[in-house]
Every structure is written in structure tokens, then in C-alpha cells.
Design a protein around this ligand. Sequence first.
Ligand code: ACM
Length: 563
Amino acid sequence: MHKLFRIGLAALLATVVYTASAQQQQQECPLVPKPVEAVAVEGSFTIDNNSVVLYDEEFAAQARLFQNELLEQCGISPILAPEGSAKGLSGRRIELRKASKKALATEGAYTLHIGPEAILLNASNRQGMIHATMSLLQLARLAYHNTKGYVSRDTWNVYYYNDALNAAPQEQSVTIKGWNISDSPRFGWRGLMLDEARHFFGKQKVKQLINYMALYKLNRLHWHLSDEQGWRVEIKAYPKLALIGGIGHNTDPFAPAQYYTQDEVREIVAYAAERGIEILPEIDMPGHATAITRAYPELSGGSKGSRKPNYTLNPGKEELYTFLNRVLKEVDALFPYQTIHIGGDELKDGNSVWNDNADIQNLMKRENLASFLDVEHYFAERVADSLFKMNNRIAAWDELAGLDLPSDKTLIYAWRPDKVQMLRKAVEKNYNIVFSPRLPMYLDYAQDSLQVHGVGWKKFGVNSYRKIYAWEYTSLDVDFSKGGNILGIQANMWTERVDTPNRLDYLVYPRMIALAENAWTQKELKDIDSFDQRLKEQFILLRVDDIYFNNPFDPSEHGEPPF
Ligand code: ACM
């Protein structure tokens, strides 16, 4: 080869390589939530049926979850190989390795290297490895569907199985671009609340929600299981709770009973735990208790007017505490998170009749209680006492921030940005605090001014995904230097006006995804323009799963389902 030509070629190659790597540097990693750091690596890794998943024993469950999810999502089933069993396996390696505590100390932290020779996932704890596998799965799913084009999962399954019946199915594989990712969460509490008391959605829908929570690294599902309209969990000691309390929902008070059996609850709890999600049950009391008093009228403390009949429990009745203790014992056994939410909200909607209630008047005299708020505190402290004896923490809405309880065992949910005095109390008492402010974290509120059903946007404005993305607790007029242990943030899906799975999807997605990035990604790294770009890419995953999401970039993709 002529020398000059050789030099010219080398220079040209150098320029091409330089330009390519400069482009890679600039390229943004598509992950949601955005990781702390993601540096492009040259080349790519192809996962296929011969790939070998090597893992340290501690991460056996995550290796298996990864294998199963990859089969479910992309039709690929790599080979699992515990340490020492990979001899003779020639496929390229995906390794799940234990990092030293020092390197990845934060709960949930991980690193993920994807290069042409290997994929390496590192974490020092189980939660971190779950997040590492979820990041890898998200990249794999995006790459797979972006290559194959989009078909809904139902259609895809039909093709796949028809193919398999008639001839050998095509071998599936996915090629993932190289990345070096280091990541850790901003908040330890990244929550979503689902209200199944007002409308019941059932196991499959809840599991799908859990799948997407896990994909976006949310880690607390707050399950609102009782309210005026229905009681949704089987309690063996008091079967009428489910059989009678379970009858009806917000649209039809006579609909046949709907509730989760204890076996179903265990199944859902285990499914969530596998994916790094703790479930926190809420049994709302002493208000919002109509479903309980429908089943056991003797526990009713009545209520004002006919709009909310028997809305309250009767804290003046000693049998109530025996009843609640037994109910909570079963709830404690079903939910291993050891934290139970007792509601405590909006008692004022019904307790004016307590003036004429002899049990309550006697209680007030006996215990020297001056007001109904004192009665509620007396009640809540007795319930808290029961929970502490079960080695549980107590969680409650901010109406109960005035309670005197051990701070390490108490969680207060700030939901009323217009009542910051309650949040100030929680801060002064040094309670654990979860922020789920009505504005913008209530998902039953309108997300844009196109919405015609549900909570009117003209009254409250819109709780758009952008507001959820941007919200910071420092916007509240509270001096957080005084105390309080800030756990994190949560969005609440109340379902009075959500009666179908499509309407649920429409209100949850994409706002849940915006919440997830706000909860996970360090404040300085949040960037709405970058989020918009990555969010658009995520929609392919929702389309594959036939999720009826709201597309803010093209609202005509799915119109608002009526209510
Ligand atoms: C609530 O929205 N009542 C907590």
C-alpha cells in the first residue's frame, strides 16, 4: 500500500472513531428513572438463549427473576449458572456479583456495565441487585421492541405460539448498546397508593401495576383496602367484613362482594417482594368506616345526615378494641412489612353525632377528654399500642400528626399542602414523613385541561406529569431543620371516579413514571426536556402491554375513558 494512502486512511479512521465516540459520549442513556451516571461504551452485547447468567449465591432469586422476565418480555431464556457450574458453557457471560459494602453502601445502589465481552451487575444488597436487573431489563425491552417493531403482547403471544405449533419458532435475541452505569436512589421511599375500596381492580391488574412500579424502581405500594364503599381483604375471625363489607363499590352499592382472599394477598405480597416492593396495607379508621359498620353495626359510632351513614366507629365501646386488635393481628400476618396504615383522615365528616352518643360521652368523662380530637387521639393511641405489641410501626394521614407516639415507630403522610401546621407538628415530633400532597400528587385529579370526567381542573388546576416531576418538598413553608425524618414521596390513586382498568391506566400513566424519576433521580440531575425524550421512548413498552396510557405528546392516541 502506498505510504501516503496508508497515512490518509489512518487519519480518516481516527476521525471516524473519534467522531463516533464523541457522539456516543453525547448520546443519552434511555433509562427511566435517569441514573446518577451513564457513560456510553463502544460496542454492544447480544443476549440469546446461549447467554450464561452467572451469579453469586446471594443473588439467586434475582438471577431467576431476570431469566423469567426476559422470557416473558422478549422470548429469550438465557442459561442460569450458579458459581462453579459454568464449565463447558461457551455463551457470553452476564454476571450478578456481590460488591463490597463500602463501594455500594446505599440501600438500592448498583452498577451495570454492558460491554461487548460481558455484562456485569454489581450490588452490595438485594435491593440494589433488583434495581440492576430492572435497568438491564428495561434496556433489553426497549432494544427488543425498537428492533422488532411494536406488536401488542397478546398478538405477539399468538404469533409466537402459532409459530411454535407449526414449525420451529425463530430464535429470539436482543442486542443492547454498551453502557457504564452507576446509580443509587435519592429517596428511600418511592410510593404509589392504590384505592381498591372505591373500585376493585383485582389481582391481574395489581400485578401489572407492580411490574411497572418495579421497572421504574418504585418500592412502596400503599394499598387502601377499606373505606365507606367496601372492605377488600378476607379476615378469618370476622368473615362478614369481606362477605358483607365487600358488597358494593362507588358506582353500584349492591354489586356482589369483591375482595382478596388471604391466599391472594400472600401471592401479591410475595410477587411484589420479589420485585423489591413492600406493601403497606391501609385499614381506614375511625372515619371512612362504613363498610365495617355495615358488616358489624354494633361497632358504629353513627354519622351526620344520610349521605355518610354509619361513617364512624364508636371509640366509646370497649368491644371495638378487641375487634380491631384481632383484625390487625391477621393483617399483620399477611403483610410482612411490619407497618400498618390506620388512616385517621376526615373524621370531621361524621363525628358531630358523637354529641348524642352515650358511650362516647361516658368515655370523655371517664378519660377526661375535652374534645372529639382528644377522643380520636385516645382511640389512635390505643390502636398504636396494639400495633406496637405486634412489632409494627403505625402510619397515618396528617390529621394524626398531633399524636404523642415514639417517633421511630410513627409515619405521617402529609397530604394537605393547605394545612402545613400539621406537617410542622410532624416535623417537631420528629416523625417519619412521607409527602403525598393532594396538589400535585393525587392522580384522580385532572392531568390536563382536556379532561372532562373526574375531579374538575377548573377548581384545583391540573396535576400534570410535569408538576409531579418538578415538585419539591422544600416548596412548603416548613422549617425542616427542626426535625422529622424525610422518607420520600408518593402519589395517590383514589378511585371514586375510576371504574375501569382503562381509566385506571389513563390516570396512572405517565404520571407514575414522572413520580418515579422525581423520587429516584438526584434533584440536580432532574431535567424535564431529557425526561420528555426518554418518556416518549418508554411508551413502546406500555403499547406492547396494551396499557391505556395518556400520551401528553399526542392526546389523541388514547382519549379519556368516560366515567
Ligand atoms: C385523604 O385524601 N383523605 C387522605
